[in-house]
Design a protein around this ligand. Structure first.
Ligand SMILES: [Zn+2]
Length: 322
């Protein structure tokens, strides 16, 4: 009888560090009980050891590391607080050991690196710089970006329309007029690699760069389970029925507030047809072709960059034993 080593039993629960996508792996202790105490947060802001990372229109302030690569460029938390419109644009990100880490949201046309933050760092697009940062830095910047995207879109109460105020270090907004609390949103997206036998199916949107293929994806709707959303999207976009779904990993994606839920979807036999609304083409790839896609050696076709969970799904399937 074929036996598997205990660590590879199919029923084994997934360890927390089994797979960490870019933007996951934020190392901070969010200290969610302490951050609800305004006095505690004020003490952390006043502490000269407390730090703040700065985002300008969603771009983190970074600096070049000795020896290459980039890292987050921090300012003192008290300085960030002074620039935060009375705390409106300040977020308590969490604790790194004993050190409190905040984030400051800067907006507007003028680059703060040419103004109040001159000489302290430079602002870089998060996606462009993410792979140049450590995973921890990229995840902290992504957390701050997602929170600030939410803040900017939710400055008024969704219940009565009056201005709301930040609470809990920025993790909640409160409407003084109707006493409603508002919490940051996360929008789940299912993204799935379709496979049957020794082939996987990828799609491409007309607006994508020439030759790029990726995993099918779509927003999960209210009242759907993850596996139901997967099956619906697969049928809508490719005309195929899903037989089995397996979870791979997830990725926080702060554009503006998604959680990409990565799945492997085994589909039933059938003819794959692009819906022509979201996808202009769907195409089967053999496992060998999928390996070439990942290695960027397949003529005329390419995969998304390694930062994307779609790349990781294709890679996991391509490298699995057939
Ligand atoms: Zn209200």
């Amino acid at each position: 009888m074929l036996t598997r080593p205990p660590g590879h039993a199919k029923s084994q629960a997934m360890p927390l560090d089994a797979f960490t996508n870019v933007f996951a792996g934020n190392p901070l202790d969010r200290a969610s009980y302490q951050r609800s105490q305004a006095d505690w947060v004020a003490q952390r802001i006043a502490d000269p050891d407390s730090l703040a990372l700065v985002l300008w229109n969603g771009k983190p302030m970074v600096e070049t590391k000795a020896g290459g690569g980039s890292q987050i460029a921090y300012v003192r938390a008290s300085m960030a607080e002074e620039m935060s419109d009375g705390g409106e644009r300040l977020l308590f990100l969490g604790l790194w050991k004993e050190t409190a880490v905040f984030a400051l949201d800067m907006e507007g046309q003028t680059d703060p690196a040419d103004g109040p933050l001159q000489g302290m760092g430079r602002f870089e697009d998060l996606r462009a710089v993410a792979l140049d940062l450590t995973g921890a830095d990229a995840a902290m910047a992504a957390t701050a970006k997602a929170m600030f995207e939410w803040r900017r879109r939710h400055r008024h109460c969704a219940n009565c329309g009056q201005p709301s105020s930040p609470m809990d270090g920025g993790w909640k907004r409160f409407c003084p007029a109707c006493k409603t609390e508002h919490f940051p949103r996360t929008d789940p997206v299912v993204i799935m690699l379709l496979h049957r036998g020794d082939r996987c199916l990828l799609g491409r949107q007309a607006v994508w760069p020439k030759g790029m293929y990726s995993a099918l994806a779509g927003f999960l709707e209210p009242g759907e389970s993850i596996e139901e959303a997967c099956a619906r999207e697969v049928f809508e976009e490719a005309g195929l029925r899903t037989a089995r779904v397996r979870y791979h990993s997830t990725q926080p994606w702060p554009y503006p507030s998604s959680l990409m839920i990565g799945l492997m979807a085994e589909v039933e036999d059938g003819e794959a047809t692009a819906d022509k609304t979201e996808l202009e083409e769907v195409r089967w790839f053999t496992r060998e072709e999928a390996r070439e896609l990942i290695g960027a050696t397949l003529p005329g076709a390419r995969a998304p960059g390694s930062m994307a969970i779609a790349y990781q799904l294709i890679k996991a399937w391509a490298e699995a034993e057939s």
